[in-house]
Design a protein around this ligand. Structure first.
Ligand SMILES: [Zn+2]
Length: 182
């Protein structure tokens, strides 16, 4: 899905990332001649999102979306900071393959029918957990993410450090929260 360009002087298209954008990725499954340029970390992340929708037609995705009320509700507003950042860059996202809605199952944070403060909602999303989980269930999710992301666990590869920090931050929020049972 991606190739490296040696002459590129681009900056990574990911909002807030200033690393060189050396890796290209098609903008949409059916647009193969128009690319985003990302650093290694973000092209990886992007490709994960791409793979998630690979082989799914837009019609199928729309059908899926209207079936799923939670998804529908979450995709309407551009309230998510990451989505807004993409919008500021003028990047349209008809397939929802970018931004927080891409990898994270939208609406998960409300799965328990519970209203959480925005930071805790975000933390739950980051940890790929659910709002009605207990702390120990969330901790399990946290530990398995750490295992995947930690440099010591994957041969000193530090490229996922930002994501790791995010995950650690997220667990701190849940750990300190009174909204989750132990
Ligand atoms: Zn980047």
């Amino acid at each position: 899905m991606s190739g490296e360009s040696e002459t590129s002087t681009r900056i990574c298209d990911y909002p807030g990332c200033n690393k060189p954008g050396k890796f290209r990725a098609p903008k949409a499954p059916d647009v193969l001649d128009d690319f985003y340029w990302f650093c290694q970390t973000h092209v990886r992340e992007y490709n994960l999102k791409w793979n998630f929708f690979d082989g799914t037609t837009e019609a199928e995705m729309n059908a899926q979306r209207s079936k799923d009320k939670v998804w529908e509700r979450e995709t309407k507003p551009m309230g998510d900071p990451e989505a807004r950042a993409w919008a500021r860059l003028g990047i349209e996202d008809p397939h929802q393959i970018l931004g927080a809605n891409g990898t994270r199952n939208p609406g998960r944070a409300e799965a328990g029918g519970r209203k959480l403060p925005p930071t805790e909602k975000r933390a739950i999303d980051i940890l790929e957990a659910k709002a009605d989980w207990t702390k120990s269930e969330v901790r399990k999710a946290y530990k398995s993410l750490i295992k995947v992301l930690h440099p010591d666990m994957n041969g000193g590869d530090r490229s996922q450090e930002e994501q790791l920090q995010e995950v650690v931050w997220a667990w701190d929020q849940i750990k300190a929260s009174r909204n989750f049972k132990d």
